[in-house]
Design a protein around this ligand. Structure first.
Ligand SMILES: [Zn+2]
Ligand SMILES: [Zn+2]
Ligand SMILES: [Zn+2]
Length: 189
């Protein structure tokens, strides 16, 4: 690695990704899952239209939230996945960070929101750029010859979907401090 680690203010963070998908359970019912386990999903249902509408809106909500917090120095998520979505056309990650939403109109069950680089974005199939990070100051044109290190630790959201109905219970922290009861002998009477 020859990358000089001289970023002063902002640290480079891995590009984020969210995956919303519709999972079929037989031909009658389906459910929606999100790679963010904390997200609330509707119950399994036979109303595919409603589920699809929910899933699309949910992906959109993630995109909107992500566009506000888009980190101009994020690593390309596509690059961190070894550019698996555009194997035919290789590129090296460079340029601005952009936020894309991927949705295959033929499959129609998966929406992916990803922080990727300007080079990868146009190569990823079915991707729409929905936001762009502010152009980083050009201090040095030291675009990496070093490929982004493969990080298998980052699940791209394509891992097995969590079982439905595991919404995290909201726990109210109990007050541990109970007032000690004081008995006063001289009270009353
Ligand atoms: Zn979500
Ligand atoms: Zn790529
Ligand atoms: Zn890239």
């Amino acid at each position: 690695m020859t990358t000089a680690y001289s970023e002063s203010t902002t640290e480079r963070t891995p590009g984020r990704a969210w995956t919303v998908r519709i999972l079929g359970h037989g031909s009658r019912t389906a459910s929606v899952t999100c790679s963010t386990a904390a997200c609330r999903m509707p119950a399994r249902s036979g109303d595919f239209t409603a589920l699809r509408t929910f899933a699309a809106a949910h992906a959109k909500a993630h995109a909107k939230a992500a566009s506000i917090t888009l980190n101009p120095k994020a690593y390309c998520h596509c690059g961190s996945q070894r550019c698996g979505s555009h194997l035919a056309t290789k590129t090296s990650c460079a340029g601005q960070v952009v936020l894309i939403v991927r949705h295959d109109p033929l499959v129609r069950r998966v929406w992916t929101v990803e922080e990727v680089c300007e080079m990868c974005a146009p190569l990823i199939p079915n991707a729409t750029v929905v936001a762009r990070a502010a152009r980083p100051e050009r201090t040095a044109t030291r675009t990496a010859q070093v490929p982004a290190p493969a990080r298998p630790g980052i699940a791209g959201g394509f891992s097995s979907a969590p079982g439905e109905g595991d919404a995290a219970p909201v726990r109210h922290p109990r007050r541990a401090s109970q007032r000690p009861r004081r008995r006063r002998s001289g009270q009353g009477r």
